[in-house]
Design a protein around this ligand. Structure first.
Ligand SMILES: [Zn+2]
Length: 71
């Protein structure tokens, strides 16, 4: 895996908040997922979903429409 993240601490923080089941060894290899990028992807998807839910999709009918409206 690549280990060239500038903000690896931020990534790990988000993952710890969203995916407490993820556990790492000293090389940041997750025991649940195959690699850190995958954990991060899952964590950010989950976080985005929770955010959309918390604002009721911004009044849109679906979460997708809400994200599209922000583009
Ligand atoms: Zn993981």
């Amino acid at each position: 895996m690549k280990n060239n993240f500038d903000n690896i601490d931020e990534m790990v923080e988000l993952i710890r908040d969203e995916l407490p089941e993820c556990e790492y060894d000293e090389n940041f290899n997750c025991k649940e997922c195959s690699e850190l990028e995958e954990c991060y992807y899952k964590a950010s998807t989950k976080s985005a979903h929770e955010f959309a839910e918390s604002v009721n999709n911004g009044g849109y009918d679906s979460e997708e429409e809400f994200w599209e409206s922000l583009d």
